[in-house]
Design a protein around this ligand. Structure first.
Ligand code: UDP
Ligand code: MG
Length: 312
C-alpha cells in the first residue's frame, strides 16, 4: 500500500497540536487506499509539545516524532522530517491549521492523475496580516526574483505534497543555510500550484516577528543570489571612472586658472560618501563570508535528542 508522510514542524504548539491531529485524522480516514505517517518535529519547544507528541504516538502507530535538543528553526525541522520520512509521498504542514489538511485530496490527485511531481500551495490574499508586513513582503519578492535565477513564488507556502523522487533530490542538497522555498524551486520538477485564501491560526501565536522575517529574507538573498557581490564591484568601477574624469578636469582647471584653495566642504562630503559606499560593499561581502564560514564548519543542521523509538 502507498504511504503519505506528513511532516509537522512544532515550536510551542501545545494548543494547536490536538486540534491539528483531529483534523488530519479526519482527512486521512477519507483516503481509502493510502497509508499515513504523521511526523511531529518538536523544535525545542518550551511547553508541553513533546509530551503531547509522546502521548499521540503511544495511542496511534501512525504518529512518529523527532525531538531536537534545542530550537533549531523551522528549516531544520523540515529537513529532519524529510530525513526521517519513509512515505512514497511527503507533505509539509504547519501545526496551526493554516495549511488546510483537506487540500491533500487535490494534491494527491494532482500527482497521481495529472502526473505532477509536486503540488504546492500559495496564498492569494494576506488577510489578517499587518499591512506594513504585506508591503515589505511584496517588495521582497520583487527584489529576489530580479536578482536570483531561482524563482521564488510570491505567497508560496511550505505546504506541499512531493514525490519520493523529489524528496530525495532535496535531501541531496547538503547546505547548512537552508532556505526551503528556494530549494524546492531549485531542484526543478513539475509543480502544480493551488491557490487559497489566507487562513488564520487556530490557536497560539505566530513565531515570526518582523525582525526575524527581515533577517530570514536577507538570508535567502545571500543563499540564492550573488548579485549583491556584483553590485559592489560595479559601484567600485563607476567610482573609479568618475574620479578619473575628475582628476583630468582638476588638472586642466589648474593649468588654465591656477589653484585657488577652495572646495573643502565638498571634499568632506565626497570622503563620507565614498567611504559609505565602501562599507556597504564590504558589508555585503561580509554577509557571504559569514555564510561561507558556517558552511565550511560543516555543523549538523539539527541535533536529535529523542524520537518515538526512545532517547538517542
Ligand atoms: N516553527 C518551528 N520552529 C520555529 C518556528 C516555527 O518549527 O523556530 C513551526 C511552527 O510551530 C509552525 C510553523 O513552523 O508549525 C509555522 O510557524 P508560524 O505559524 O509561527 O508561522 P506563520 O504561519 O505565522 O508564518
Ligand atoms: Mg502559522
Amino acid at each position: 500500500m502507498e504511504k503519505i508522510s506528513i511532516i509537522v514542524p512544532c515550536y510551542n504548539e501545545e494548543e494547536s497540536m490536538p486540534l491539528f491531529y483531529k483534523e488530519i485524522c479526519k482527512v486521512a480516514d477519507e483516503f481509502k487506499k493510502v497509508d499515513f505517517e504523521f511526523i511531529f518535529v518538536n523544535d525545542g519547544s518550551k511547553d508541553r509539545t513533546l509530551e503531547i507528541a509522546r502521548d499521540l504516538s503511544k495511542d496511534d502507530k501512525r504518529v512518529r516524532y523527532i525531538s531536537f535538543s534545542r530550537n533549531f528553526g523551522k528549516e531544520a525541522a523540515i529537513l529532519a522530517g524529510l530525513d526521517y520520512s519513509v512515505g512514497d509521498y511527503v507533505a509539509i504542514m504547519d501545526a496551526d491549521l493554516q495549511d488546510p489538511p483537506s487540500l491533500l485530496h487535490e494534491m494527491y490527485d494532482g500527482i497521481k492523475n495529472d502526473g505532477y511531481d509536486c503540488v504546492a500551495t500559495r496564498r492569494v490574499s494576506r488577510k489578517g496580516e499587518p499591512p506594513i508586513r504585506s508591503f515589505f513582503a511584496k517588495c521582497y519578492y520583487k527584489l529576489i526574483n530580479k536578482i536570483s535565477k531561482t524563482e521564488i513564488v510570491d505567497g508560496a507556502r511550505d505546504y506541499r505534497l512531493m514525490t519520493r523522487q523529489m524528496v530525495n533530490s532535496i535531501l541531496e542538497l547538503k547546505e547548512y543555510n537552508r532556505f526551503s522555498k528556494g530549494i524546492f524551486s531549485w531542484v526543478g520538477y513539475e509543480t502544480k500550484w493551488l491557490e487559497y485564501k489566507n487562513v488564520e491560526r487556530v490557536a497560539g501565536t505566530t513565531k515570526w516577528s518582523f525582525w526575524k522575517l527581515f533577517l530570514y529574507s536577507l538570508e535567502s538573498i545571500v543563499a540564492f543570489s550573488t548579485v549583491p557581490l556584483a553590485i559592489a564591484s560595479i559601484m567600485g568601477l563607476i567610482f573609479f571612472l568618475v574620479s578619473f574624469i575628475m582628476i583630468i578636469f582638476i588638472i586642466a582647471k589648474t593649468l588654465v586658472v591656477g589653484d585657488p584653495v577652495a572646495g573643502w566642504p565638498s571634499l568632506v562630503c565626497i570622503i563620507f560618501f565614498v567611504s559609505g559606499v565602501q562599507l556597504f560593499g564590504i558589508g555585503f561581502i561580509g554577509q557571504y563570508l559569514s555564510k561561507l564560514y558556517l558552511e565550511v564548519k560543516g555543523r549538523p543542521v539539527y541535533i536529535v535528542k529523542e524520537t518515538e523509538k526512545g532517547k538517542k
